[in-house]
Write a protein that binds this ligand. Structure first.
Ligand code: SF4
Ligand code: SF4
Length: 383
């Protein structure tokens, strides 16, 4: 078949050469690897540490690894980690104040983060990074720490060939194809010879691809990529009807579904910590005992905790009902006004990692159909 202009292809064995080329340029590699029974993002040294031959099975409140019958390196959906742990770390020092006599000197954190190459970023995760870019870099005052980290990142995306049981990126228009925001977009093709289709999204991506042994992608390669993406897109575990969603939620702030969910929600905050777009944080001052030095730290927080909305005299959102409603209406409704897009990219992590399997797609469907009210009435009749 005739080669396709621009796109390249290479044998799977050549992936390590790409990773080593990145390391030779000074990039630290962060990518998927197996740890504690899950596929997590961590520092990797090369392709040998990728989760070859493993996939994940996901359902509400459930995650299991399972062996595949091939040696696919990226044959899973997404794990519990999001890339935000690198761009917006769970805890970081913002500044240090040191007292010397009657003077106090304040020094902001200025350390340059190490250059990081993200390996295996999914399409929904590219969308999530774009969402957090708007949150941290948009507006009048950009977040200096986020900007330093973001400017030091190179992205190798890998388009999904499998859809997880809780994925709904098709509903959110964020996947499974990687649209933008990457340096290189790979697609792993296993049948017909284990190989990768590669598309450069930036000049440095193109330069990197030129450093390994590739060939021009053929029409067969392109057709295989199209078929793979169509298959993944057709097998989403979940769907979310987004028509008029912001208005729907705002019109149903007293819907009985909120009570029904509150009866199950543990307010554990797992969903917000696993979510790739949630960005709430708290700041803490940590003085030493001699009052000579104090540090300010920023830590991930969650709208599910009572403390998060604590104002003078008490918490604004005292009930779990009000916290869950705040989370969902912010994500799917108010986020549009605040940041110009939806706050959900359809990755399904909040469903998988919720210990009681609360599923936002079910909640929205129930509110849309009135099923929440019907369920509540049934419960009341049963008691
Ligand atoms: S709300 Fe849930 S599905 Fe949406 S981006 Fe966050 S974790 Fe993923
Ligand atoms: S929805 Fe689930 S994960 Fe989120 S706070 Fe409630 S119980 Fe925890």
């Amino acid at each position: 078949m005739a080669p396709t202009a621009g796109a390249r292809a290479f044998n799977a064995g050549e992936l390590d050469a790409l990773l080593q080329a990145l390391r030779a340029e000074g990039w630290t590699l962060a990518g998927p690897r197996i740890r504690d029974g899950a596929i997590v993002y961590d520092e990797i040294g090369g392709a040998a540490e990728l989760p070859a031959g493993w996939t994940d099975e996901q359902a509400p409140g459930r995650y299991r690894l399972r062996e595949r019958d091939d040696r696919a390196l990226f044959g899973y959906a997404v794990g519990p980690h999001a890339w935000k742990k690198y761009l917006f770390p769970p805890s970081e020092r913002l500044w240090t104040a040191v007292r010397s006599g009657r003077d106090v000197g304040v020094s902001e954190e200025q350390a340059e983060p190490p250059p990081l190459a993200f390996i295996g970023v999914r399409a929904c995760e590219l969308a999530a990074i774009a969402v957090q870019d708007r949150v941290f870099l948009g507006g009048e005052r950009a977040d200096a720490s986020y900007r330093r980290r973001r400017e030091n990142v190179l992205i190798v995306a890998v388009q999904c060939g499998e859809a997880g049981g809780n994925c709904f990126c098709v509903s959110m228009g964020t996947g499974p194809a990687a649209a933008s925001g990457y340096d290189i977009a790979l697609t792993e093709l296993v049948s017909g010879g284990h190989r990768f289709h590669a598309r450069a999204g930036s000049e440095r991506g193109a330069r990197l691809l030129s450093r390994i042994e590739t060939r021009a992608a053929t029409g067969d390669d392109e057709e295989a990529v199209r078929a793979l993406l169509a298959r993944a897109g057709g097998r989403m575990g979940r769907t979310l009807d987004t028509r008029g969603l912001p208005q729907l939620l705002q019109a149903n702030l007293e819907h009985r579904r909120w009570d029904e969910v509150a009866g199950r929600c543990l307010a554990c905050s797992n969903c917000t910590l696993a979510c790739p777009t949630c960005f709430c944080s708290a700041q803490e001052d940590v003085p030493d005992l001699a009052h000579a030095r104090s540090e300010r730290w920023r830590r991930w927080d969650s709208c599910f905790t009572g403390d998060f909305s604590y104002l003078h005299g008490g918490s604004v959102r005292a009930s779990i009902r009000s916290r869950y409603r705040q989370w969902l209406t912010h994500k799917l409704s108010a986020w549009h006004e605040q940041f110009g897009s939806c706050g959900c990219v359809g990755c399904g992590r909040c469903i998988t990692w919720c210990p009681v399997g609360i599923d936002l797609t079910e909640d929205v469907a129930a509110i849309r159909s009135g099923a929440g009210a019907a369920q509540q009435e049934r419960r009341e009749q049963d008691t």
